[in-house]
Every structure is written in structure tokens, then in C-alpha cells.
Design a protein around this ligand. Structure first.
Ligand code: PEP
Ligand code: MG
Length: 854
């Protein structure tokens, strides 16, 4: 209850037509998340103060200002909609934060023509942002047109606030809980709209909730307080809460912040980015912190990253914070310190690489880190900062932050995930410069490590005898954690809810890396079930491995070759050891990535010869020519910036556009042909002329290197399916890339986070494409393989066999299981199954039918 005792008049800051706040085309204002008020469609461009008072906030983009005046009332004047995106362009501030102002005094000036050309709307909102706390009981609003500095826009009737009976957080007992650090994803920081959404959500909780950015804190229930933090994209922010519902509040608000508080944002976290122009003299590299909370019995779901089921106990991954002085000494001194630290980092990485073996993804990642340490872009950025007087630590930190931030915003998910490599080498060098030892947490038996993100070197350095599983908040199936976990045989999941970071060390859990779930504190029945499934899986693995060295065929003798997808000779050797009958897809682009220039002909030829040597003279190896473009750019290839790279220069189109590059690859391959059973395959074919053009180049090069080679094309786009009979007359074989074929058939980006579960190659439309390809190819006596990820899924083996596929090219860990599955099948039953599935209408129906559900 409150008693009315005063009125406050708010003067129109602009001339123009008055518009009800409910009609503003921005939900945060229209739904009054920021407060009550009105909008003006302005005919003037000078924003006048709406009352006597003080400027308590002036947004960095100069489009919004808050005045606090009589009775503590705070008035926000927000010019236009989405004008924050202009980042100050077209706006001049005529006052500064903290200035005392009189009603009618000019605050801001804007270029009406320039701003209105770019803004979503020029409607200017005048809103009382703290109406509840200053007990505004009624607001009389003007209508029609108003004159700046003369008309009364709003009349506020203010009463005395009387405390109600709500439980208050201040009275609540217990410890203050903290969220992990959150990298702010909003492109323009927490400006009016996201701030309002966050404050509105925070007000649902009784707990006292604070949002901090560095040392500055804000009441998370006040949009103005949040706005006045002046946050920027990439700022590390943290929530803390005290009160009976603190844990729930933190979980929900952290999710909201990571999702952009209603704004479209990139979801990839960038946990190590600083503002361009630091204003504090000392920096701290932010790291995650966590407090215990109780989520007993709950199940977290995320993205399956590395298969397997384990029971273990959670260990929260925490790093020591690294502090460093920003101001440096003389340039030469700081430069020498940086060079020394880079050298020591190189030595550390070489030691790590030696530990992780000379082959496999761990070694490759360490090699990439070594290359990054000498990357000219990083060096140049760091030197620029050193010249400005920065310390060696700040210079390197700045360089890595800038590059990591750029990568983190890249449209390609695999490239976004490479930002963690840059952060990794950034941390390593800064730690060396500050003599901070980065110590891993103490592991216990069967540790399930929980982290916001794990750097590649953290992952490689893990004590495998103790680590049962990995869960990370960020990352996806192509992140390094996922790649390394798979190669290390550690079950893992990514993209888990950040609330998991609040769980106490030692909490028991069941991690299912195949399904992408984490069950917290399982009861006895859930534990027994997990133990039973683990035993069954181990028995299955043993028997599959024993049978893996026979030839691939069904129970009734129908032959289907089981070969492997590999990237280099080392993986080819692993594939042979695991029972692969050959290589169905050598992704040659791996040889071209992570380097400053393309490998020359000799280097390429040596790499292909090494693969041939690993396979021996009989086992076939299909070398796919360079498949770049789309989500796989090459640093040294000047591909045009395309609106939709997946529909642009990709695969064979790039090779034909850069014939010198293509010719050198063709020559390298031809020179390796006498050393093994090598075939050549063209990716992303959509037109007969492409194949003919590529073959013409091959023929010309064969004049100098007259070695016969079998030619195949990948079936990855529906157009290729439609012309398969014409293609079959030009080539010797086909291999279906179901990853791209699903993307182009279903019109769903294969890297789209939200559509991830729907880009499913089991969709009947994709199955139909496979069916047509096999029919068209077989009609001309040509064989068909499948090398997309669908081939590695044992649940899909029956339908692929039933569709008549002749070869399955699978990832190395799946070889034994797919072969074992094949041996249980009967060809006629597979054919009947495939015909049934072709008639269904969704991937979900196909999956249910394969699982034996009606
Ligand atoms: C595919 O598209 O299924 C395929 C095997 O090629 P990549 O995944 O390399 O694009
Ligand atoms: Mg492909």
C-alpha cells in the first residue's frame, strides 16, 4: 500500500506526434519491460532534458540517456529502435554522465536523416524506469502532438512506498552462489532491450541477484543498473545470488544471458576476450568458478561428442586466474620477454606432443599450436600493442583475444571452434610471462570432468587412467574436445547446460556419450542399469574386435566392403589394424589446412605414397581431391566472400576455378599411383561438364605421368542423383556423402545448431536419393559406396545394405561394430526393410522403425 503525496512533471524532450508505448515496434518497450511511458515520433533532432536532475547514464552509442530527478525518479530517453547498432554514428552527446541538468537543456543531438536511414524506427521512448521503487501510483499521459521543452508529456503521481510482506533476499540465510563467468554474446552488450529482458526475468526470483562485469556491479533486477555497466560484446560477466531460490535463479538467468536475452546472437562462447581499450591498469584473465548446488536426480542433455557409457564422479575444471600488469617497460625489453616466452611455449608444446605420440589428432593439434606461435597475424598484432607501450603479457593477450574473437564469430562451426586453440596458446604464453603455473584440478578415480571449455592441450594432458568422461558447456561434435575424446576413447558430451558447473566435486553421475546425457546422483536402479549396459557394451566390443578382420558380408554371404574414412597415413594404419578392408575416403584437404601456403607437388605425392604404404599394395585407397569452400576455407586461397558459401565455390568448383592447384594435386596423385591401389574421386559434383573438365585435366597430366587410375564422383547434391546415369557413363564408381546430401536435400545447414537433430540422413527423402543413385549406377555396372557419417552408424547398416550399397566407408572406431552388425543381417530382410522405410514420411518414423518400434 502507498500514500500519494506529490506530482512530478516530465517535459517533452522532442517535438512530434505522441505514440502509445504499447505501439512501439519493440517488445521490450511495448510490453513495458523497461517501465511505463510514451513514445514520440520526432520532428526535431535535439533531445532536451525531461526534468531537472542528473545524468545517471549515457549509453556509449549516445542514443539513450537516463536522468534522475525529483523524488528519485529516473527517466530514460531512448532515441529510435535498434539505434544501438549504429554505435554512435549520427549522434552527438552534449552532456556527460554525472552532469547536473535543467529541464529543457539539450542532452543529445542526432542527424535525423542519417539515423532514420539506418534505424528500424525513429520512435523515441520516454520511460519511467524505476516507477515501482519510487512508488509512482498513477501516470497522466499527453496525447496528440507535443512541443520540445514546452509540453508536459507525463505527469507522475508519486506516493510513499510501504514495505510489503514479501520475503526479502537480504533476510535469506545461506551462502551467495556464483555462476561461472559468461562471455557476453550480445553484439552491442546489454543495451536497453536485453537489459530489460534480463531484469524482468530476474524479478521472478526472491533472491538478491547481482550482475558483475569486472569490479563493477549492478542489481540484476534493474534494467538501468544493468545498462549502466556499459558492457560490450565479449565482456566476461558473472551472476551471483543470495536467497532461497538462488540456484534456480542462477541457472535460468545464466541460460538467458548465454542465449542473448532475446537478441539474436552467436551461441559459441568466447571465454577469453577483452575490450579493445582497457581502462584499468591491471588485467585478470577470467576463468570459471563454481559453487556447489543440488540437482540430485536431474538429467542434463547435450550433444553426443564421443560414444560410451561411464559411471563416475564429477570434477569441476578450474584454472588459476592469471593477473598481469598492462603497462610495459621499454619496447626492446618487452619484445625480448615475449620472444623468450614464445620459445618456452614452443618447448612445452613439443614435450606435450611427444607425450601424446607422433600420430593422431593430439599430435596434429599440437603441431597446429606450434604453427600458431609463429603466426604472422598474431605477431603483428602483438608488436603493434608493444609499440603502444603495452607489457608483453597484454600484447600477446590482446593479439590472441582479437583473433579468437574473429574466429568465434565465423559462420563456419568448425572454424568457430578453432578459437579455443588461439585462447589455449594465449593462456600458455601469458602464464609463462607471469610465472603462473596452470595446474589441472586433482583427479580422482573415474573422474568425469566438467568444464566450460577444455583447451586442446588441457585435453591432451589429461591423465587417462583417471578420466572416465568429459562434459563441456561449449563446443560441438567438431570441437577439439570431441575429436580428441573420440581418439582417446573417452566418452564425452558437449553443449551441456551451464548449471552443471554449479554441481559439487565428487557428485556421482552417469555419462552417456552416445546419447549425450549426464544423469546426476543416480539412484540404485539407474546405477545397476548403467553397469549392466556397460558390461554388455564391453562384451560386444570384444566380440566385434575379434571378428573385425574377416571380409565384410551379411550372414547369408552378400558382400559389402567395409573400408575407412581417414585423413592421413597414420590413420590409415590405425584403420588397417582395426580391420578396414581399405580406405573409402581420404579427405585430402587435411593436407592443405593449418598452413600458410599449399603443399607442393612433392609433399603431396609423398603423403599419398605414405598412405599407400600403410595400406599395402592390395587395399584400395580412394583419394578425394581437394574439398574446400563452404565451411572449409583455406587461408591462402582467395575465395570470394559469398552470401551463402554452401551454395558457392565448393569442392570440384574450386579445383576448376584454380586449375594450377588442381593440376598439382592430380600430378602428385598420379606419381603415387604405382605405389598402391589408388583411386581418384571428385567432390561436390552437380554437372556432367564438371566431371568432363576435371577428366580433361587428368588426361593432359597423364601424358606426362601415364598411370591409369580409376575415377569416381561423390554424390552429395540432389542434382548429381538426378543425372547419375549420365555420370555413370563417365566414371568408374560413386561414393555418397550423406552429410552434404542430407544438407542439400533437406535444405538444412549441416552446422546449424538448432537444426542439428533434424539434419538427419535417415530422412526418407535422403534414403530415396541413395536408392536412385544405386539403381542408376548399377544399371551401368558401376558400384556405389557411402562415406558420409550415416555409414558409421550401425543402426543404419541394414537399410544401407537393403538399398544395395556396395561399400561402407566408416570412421575408424566404427569398423568393428559395423562389420559385426553386417554379419548379423540377412540380405533379403534388408531389402524388404529398405522398401518399407522408403515409404515413410520422416526421419523420426525411420528411426522408430529401425528400433523396432511401431
Ligand atoms: C559428406 O558430405 O558426407 C562427406 C563425406 O564429405 P564431407 O563430410 O567431408 O563434406
Ligand atoms: Mg561433403
Amino acid at each position: 500500500m502507498s500514500i500519494e503525496n506529490t506530482t512530478v512533471k516530465i517535459v517533452a524532450p522532442l517535438s512530434g506526434r505522441v505514440v502509445p508505448i504499447e505501439d512501439v515496434p519493440d517488445p521490450a518497450f511495448a510490453q513495458k519491460l523497461l517501465g511505463e511511458g510514451l513514445a514520440i515520433d520526432p520532428s526535431t533532432n535535439l533531445v532536451l532534458s525531461p526534468m531537472d536532475g542528473r545524468v545517471i547514464d549515457l549509453h556509449a552509442a549516445r542514443h539513450a540517456v537516463v536522468i534522475e530527478g525529483q523524488a528519485g525518479i529516473q527517466v530514460l530517453v531512448h532515441v529510435g529502435i535498434d539505434t544501438v547498432m549504429l554505435d554512435g554514428e549520427g549522434f552527438d552527446a552534449l552532456v556527460r554522465k554525472g552532469d547536473d541538468v535543467r529541464a529543457g537543456q539539450p542532452l543529445l543531438r542526432f542527424d535525423l536523416a542519417r539515423v532514420s536511414a539506418k534505424a528500424a524506427s525513429m520512435l523515441t521512448e520516454i520511460v519511467i524506469v524505476n516507477g515501482e521503487s519510487v512508488a509512482v501510483t498513477r501516470i497522466d499521459k499527453a496525447s496528440g502532438s507535443v512541443e520540445a521543452g514546452a509540453s508536459i508529456l507525463l505527469t507522475l503521481h508519486v506516493g510513499q512506498a510501504v514495505a510489503d510482506d514479501m520475503p526479502t533476499a537480504a533476510a535469506a540465510p545461506g551462502n551467495r552462489l556464483h555462476s561461472p563467468l559468461i562471455e557476453l554474446p550480445n553484439p552491442m552488450g546489454l543495451h536497453a532491450r536485453p537489459a530489460a529482458v534480463l531484469a524482468q526475468a530476474a524479478r521472478h526470483y526472491v533472491a538478491d541477484i547481482v550482475l558483475s562485469c569486472g569490479t563493477v556491479k549492478a542489481d540484476a533486477k534493474s534494467a538501468i543498473d544493468i545498462m549502466s555497466l556499459a558492457t560490450r560484446h565479449g565482456d566476461p560477466i558473472q551472476l551471483s545470488a543470495l536467497g532461497p531460490d538462488a540456484a534456480q535463479a542462477l541457472g535460468a538467468l545464466e541460460r538467458l544471458l548465454r542465449d542473448g536475452c532475446g537478441e539474436r546472437v552467436e551461441t559459441v562462447a568466447v571465454p577469453w576476450v577483452m575490450a579493445e581499450d582497457p581502462i584499468v591498469a591491471r588485467s585478470t584473465v577470467p576463468v570459471a568458478s563454481a559453487r556447489a548446488t543440488d540437482l540430485t536426480g536431474s538429467e542434463f542433455t547435450g550433444v553426443a561428442a564421443s560414444p560410451g557409457l561411464v559411471v563416475g564422479q564429477l570434477v569441476q575444471w578450474r584454472d588459476a586466474a592469471i593477473e598481469f600488469d598492462e603497462a610495459g617497460g621499454a619496447f626492446d625489453e618487452e619484445h625480448a620477454r615475449l620472444v623468450g616466452a614464445l620459445q618456452r611455449a614452443r618447448e612445452q608444446i613439443e614435450r606435450l606432443a611427444a607425450r601424446s605420440g607422433s600420430v593422431g589428432p593430439g599430435a596434429q593439434i599440437m603441431d597446429a599450436h606450434l604453427a600458431l606461435l609463429g603466426d604472422p597475424v598474431l605477431t603483428e598484432l602483438a608488436q603493434g600493442k608493444l609499440s603502444d607501450g603495452a607489457s608483453a603479457a597484454l600484447a600477446w593477450h590482446h593479439a590472441c583475444s582479437v583473433v579468437a574473437q574473429r574466429l568465434a564469430q565465423h559462420p563456419s562451426p568448425p572454424l568457430r571452434e578453432r578459437a579455443s586453440d588461439i585462447r589455449d596458446i594465449g593462456l600458455r604464453v601469458v602464464a609463462l610471462l607471469t610465472d603462473v603455473r596452470r595446474t589441472a584440478p586433482k583427479l580422482v578415480e573415474r573422474s568425469i570432468i566438467v568444464a566450460d571449455d577444455l583447451t586442446p592441450s588441457d585435453t591432451v594432458s589429461l591423465d587417462r587412467s583417471k578420466v572416465a568422461g568429459l562434459c563441456t558447456v561449449s563446443g560441438g561434435p567438431t570441437s577439439h574436445v570431441a575429436i580428441l575424446a573420440r581418439s582417446m576413447g573417452i566418452p564425452a558430451m558437449c553443449g551441456i547446460d551451464a548449471a552443471v558447473r554449479l554441481l559439487a566435486d565428487g557428485t556421482s553421475a552417469v555419462l552417456d556419450g552416445t546419447a549425450g546425457t549426464l544423469r546426476i546422483a543416480p539412484d540404485a536402479a539407474a546405477l545397476a542399469d548403467a553397469e549392466r549396459r556397460m558390461k554388455a557394451a564391453a562384451a560386444q566390443r570384444d566380440s566385434s574386435a575379434q571378428a573385425a578382420h574377416g571380409i565384410g558380408c551379411t550372414r547369408d554371404g552378400h558382400r559389402v566392403e567395409v573400408v575407412a574414412n581417414v585423413r592421413d597415413a597414420a590413420e590409415a594404419a590405425d584403420a588397417v589394424a582395426a580391420g578396414a578392408e581399405g580406405v573409402g575416403l581420404l579427405r585430402s584437404e587435411f593436407l592443405f589446412e593449418d598452413r600458410a601456403v599449399a603443399p607442393d607437388e612433392d609433399e603431396q605425392s609423398a603423403a599419398y605414397r605414405a598412405v599407400a604404404a600403410a595400406l599395402g599394395p592390395q587395399r584400395k585407397c580412394i583419394i578425394r581431391t581437394l574439398d574446400v569452400g563452404g565451411d572449409k576455407p583455406l587461408r591462402y586461397l582467395p575465395l570470394p566472400k559469398e552470401g551463402n558459401p554452401f551454395l558457392g565455390l565448393r569442392g570440384i568448383r574450386v579445383s576448376l576455378a584454380y586449375p594450377d592447384l588442381f593440376r598439382s594435386q592430380v600430378r602428385a596423385l598420379l606419381r603415387a599411383v604405382p605405389h598402391g591401389n589408388l583411386h581418384m574421386m571428385f567432390p561436390m559434383v552437380s554437372d556432367l561438364d564438371e566431371v568432363r573438365a576435371a577428366k580433361r585435366i587428368l588426361l593432359e597430366e597423364q601424358e606426362k605421368h601415364p598411370h591409369p587410375v580409376k575415377i569416381g564422383v561423390m554424390i552429395e547434391v540432389p542434382a548429381a542423383v538426378a543425372i547419375v546415369e549420365a555420370l555413370a557413363q563417365e566414371v568408374d564408381f560413386f561414393s555418397i556423402g550423406t552429410n552434404d546430401l542430407a544438407q542439400y536435400t533437406l535444405a538444412m545447414d549441416r552446422g546449424h545448431a538448432q537444426l542439428a537433430s533434424q539434419v538427419n540422413a535417415l530422412h526418407p527423402a535422403v534414403l530415396k536419393m541413395i536408392d536412385s543413385t544405386v539403381a542408376g549406377a548399377h544399371a551401368h555396372g558401376k558400384w556405389v559406396g557411402v562415406c558420409g557419417a550415416l555409414a558409421s552408424d550401425p543402426a543404419a547398416t541394414a537399410v544401407l545394405v537393403g538399398l544395395g550399397v556396395d561399400e561402407l566407408s566408416v570412421c575408424v572406431p566404427a569398423i568393428a561394430e559395423v562389420k559385426a552388425k553386417l554379419a548379423t543381417l540377412e540380405f533379403s530382410a534388408c531389402r524388404a526393410l529398405a522398401q518399407r522405410l522408403l515409404k515413410l514420411g520422416s526421419a523420426a518414423q525411420v528411426k522408430a522403425a529401425l528400433a523396432g518400434r511401431p
